[in-house]
Design a protein around this ligand. Structure first.
Ligand SMILES: Cc1ncc(COP(=O)(O)O)c(C=O)c1O
Length: 426
């Protein structure tokens, strides 16, 4: 059970007023708000500890190093991994690029195929497009149906005028022995779709056993209990800032035996074994992939965010959000049935707490602007998922995303204010 009043009191920003109204923050999909403990842990780090890691024998440097080690353990425990398998990056985007370069350069060649889905955020699309372009590999895209689900049976169809080979279709037709990487999202940031990984992962292993699987966990890890072992994947990428942590720190988890074989992505200090003028060797994982001074305060903040999430309980958070989602979808369905809004993705699919919609005849940015005047923060635009948004025949959508600090009262207010939007243009 979640004690919502206690939780809300932990987030100082929620007492902010916007245009004279209580803030209703429905944009946690873009970035989450931070509890006091996270803010204070970073503050304390800078006030009392601040020193570089791995660089000194003096007290503060040792403490700093210990804090990073502790946060790494916290992250590992959170997703059921080993500490050495946790690589700190800047964000999900950097984590995916790390794999696309480091693993991709060595393992992808002309004639190979990489599978992504049309649900992907640009972060899990463009690095693979670019790898395909560099290597002459084929990009295969699992299509999305009207409901917002990934297609299973759809015939494979080649895209004309693509800059490299691109084929779109369903799972059954796109998995074979050419596939070397399947990179897919754990939850769509736009429609909220949660792909049925319990079916998809075994299917990949059956039809493309040679392929690795990378999961974009940016919208998944903050909202549900994740075990990389149970999922049966090879890489998981996620961002601290979407899970109550600060911006500037992200995570790449990879299976130890795969990371050990990969070459570094960035070169420089802190990632070396031995350096000679004529050439160098690399440190073991995770240091091999962590060149340069990391965002130490950010890592400390992420560790604290994980402590907070665990103290509330990921199952509690998931259940609470699910109830909010159901409540909001019911209300939004009423607006849809009244002919006021268009909803993208249906309510009966497996989905997380994200709702994409448009007020009929009104541009998404205008709707978001009007809602902002009532103190409501929602995102509008293409949500870094342009091919998906355009496949619904629109250039932009409004998106509301919920997290553990949102309430049904906020949803009531939000739905009420959506009704006001067309009146502004009347
Ligand atoms: C599903 C998904 N993947 C990747 C990203 C990229 O995250 P970041 O900007 O933190 O790298 C986002 C951010 O919105 C996302 O929602």
């Amino acid at each position: 059970m979640i004690d919502i009043n206690k939780i809300r009191a932990d987030f100082p920003i929620l007492s902010r007023k916007i245009h004279g109204h209580d803030l209703v923050y429905f944009d946690s999909g873009a970035t989450s708000q931070k509890p006091k403990t996270v803010i204070e842990s970073m503050n304390r780090y800078y006030r009392e500890i601040n020193a570089n890691i791995h660089r000194g024998v003096y007290e503060m440097s040792v403490e700093s190093t210990e804090l990073v080690d502790e946060a790494r353990k916290d992250v590992a425990g959170f997703i059921g991994a080993l500490g050495e398998e946790i690589i700190f990056t800047r964000n999900t985007t950097e984590s995916i690029n790390l794999v696309a370069y480091s693993w991709g350069e060595e393992n992808i060649k002309a004639g190979d195929a990489i599978v992504i889905t049309k649900l992907e955020h640009h972060s899990n699309m463009i690095p693979w497009q670019e790898l395909c372009r560099r290597k002459g590999a084929e990009l295969r895209v699992i299509d999305v149906n009207e409901k917002g689900e990934l297609e299973n049976e759809k015939e494979a169809e080649k895209i004309n005028n693509a800059e490299f080979e691109v084929v779109v279709g369903g799972w059954r037709n796109l998995l074979d022995n050419k596939v070397k990487m399947v990179a897919l999202t754990g939850q769509s940031n736009t429609l909220g779709t949660v792909p049925l990984l319990g079916e998809i992962v075994p299917m990949i292993k059956r039809k493309s056993p040679q392929s690795l699987i990378l999961l974009d966990g940016a919208q998944m890890v903050p909202h549900m209990k994740v075990s990389v072992v149970k999922l049966g994947i090879d890489f998981l990428a996620f961002s601290g800032h979407k899970m109550l942590g600060p911006t500037g720190v992200g995570v790449l988890w990879g299976k130890k035996e795969i990371l050990n074989k990969m070459k570094p992505f960035l070169f420089g200090g802190d990632m070396i074994g031995e350096v000679k003028l004529g050439g160098s060797t690399w440190a073991d994982i995770p240091s091999k992939f962590e060149a340069g001074t990391p965002d130490i305060a950010g890592i400390v903040g992420l560790g604290e965010a994980i402590k907070y999430l665990m103290s509330v309980g990921m199952d509690n958070i998931h259940e609470y959000e699910n109830n909010l989602l159901k409540y909001a979808l019911e209300k939004m369905k009423t607006l849809k049935n009244e002919g006021l809004i268009l909803l993208y993705g249906t309510e009966d699919i497996n989905r997380g707490a994200a709702i994409a919609f448009n007020v009929k005849g009104i541009h998404a940015h205008d709707t978001a602007q009007i809602l902002n005047n009532f103190g409501i923060a929602v995102r509008s635009g293409q949500h870094c998922a342009a091919p998906l948004v355009k496949s619904y025949g629109v250039e932009a959508m409004v998106r509301a995303t919920f997290y553990l600090y949102n309430t049904k009262e906020e949803i009531d207010y939000f739905v009420d204010k959506i009704r006001e939007v067309p009146k502004v243009f009347a």
